[in-house]
Design a protein around this ligand. Sequence first.
Ligand SMILES: [Zn+2]
Ligand SMILES: [Zn+2]
Length: 449
Amino acid sequence: MPFVHLHTHSEYSLLDGANRIPDLLARVQALGMDSLAITDHGNLHGAWSFYEEAKARKIRPILGFEAYLAFGSRHAREKPAGDVPLGAPYSHLVLLAKNRTGYQNLIKLSSIGFLEGYYRRPRIDKEVLEQHHEGIIGLAACLSGEIALYLRQGNFEAAKASAAWFARTFGPNGFWLEVQNHGIAEEQLVTEGMFRIAAELGLPVLATNDAHYLKKEDAEAHDVLLAIGTGKDLDDPKRFRFFGQESYVKSEKEMLPLFGNRADVLAETARVAELCEFDFEKRYFLPQYPRPAEFASDQDLLVHLARLGAAERYGDPIPEVVEQRLAYELDVITRTGYAGYFLIVYDLVKAARDRGIPVGPGRGSAAGSLIAYALRITNVDPLRFDLLFERFLNPERICRLPRRRAHAAGRDGRCRAADEADPVGAGVQCDPRRGERQGARSEGGRGAG
Ligand SMILES: [Zn+2]
Ligand SMILES: [Zn+2]
């Protein structure tokens, strides 16, 4: 079974990871791997660009981060209590998203780390792990992992209890003990401890290489980066340095002998990769106009407002020719699903006019809509000037809704959306004969309609 790197630091492990995402993906591709996880320190900043680049290369992106886990409460700022292994203020823990819920929980945890637990590092704690563990796979991490710290301290029982806690919290198929071999003597001790815990608790073990740079020869450049990150001179004998030149993206062939040819700890990485199936949702998040309860649909509300506006514009009762045009336009708007869009632009333009912000009389094909005129989105009477509604909205030519962007000018301080191009411009339409995008576009907010 092919090996998958599940513990990888990109440049988003700031001044610590030297892997640029495209290079990282090119490297694993060259090594014949079909999946890769990135696990930056405390953050998910690289998630989207990693995901996008990986998908383009047909590599399965596994999103995660290497969390800082406080001993005790994330809120505590004082030095950790004396019983903390090796005096570590926090430990490391790798978290991977198994699915959408898992990714959302990763976002929550990372945010909590920065907003509530930030003390030198964005720290989470066991309380929030218990609340947001669903859909997440945990890996025991490096020599700074909690289990490893206890093993290094010589406290096997505490290490085992810690492993049992993680296994219980993440549930079945949710937690893996992690072994690493970068040539550091203590790693042997930790690996032995991990295998013993695995045997006693029946937990799976997988191997990782804590990759901070691409190739062996990049170790020196990474060391310079680290010196910059820690604010030390390169020749400072006491500065924090990585051991050896082993923290690079290794091939499966290089990995296997590091673990006494235990192919199973490599195969486990592929099993974890198989469990991680997450895709970003590609859809528009359009706002909903806050509709009063007495209207069952956006359509109903639009009819109500349009009739009210038409009576103001043309007199009450509404003349027959206006009635006919109203009915026709409403029918097209209903069939094309644009009622909500009209309401939002109506709201925007009204908000501007109510505040004395100048709004143009109408621009482009939007002036062909009697409903836009009735709603006072535009100020040009399409009947008087014989303007065609079909130039504006034609059910046979619509490809998709216009792009919108959120803006904060909405009533009650709620976010509202504005057409990116123009309020009730014709949106973006396709001419099927040429397959081109076309539409009446204007500067946002300047020329209504
Ligand atoms: Zn670590
Ligand atoms: Zn790491």
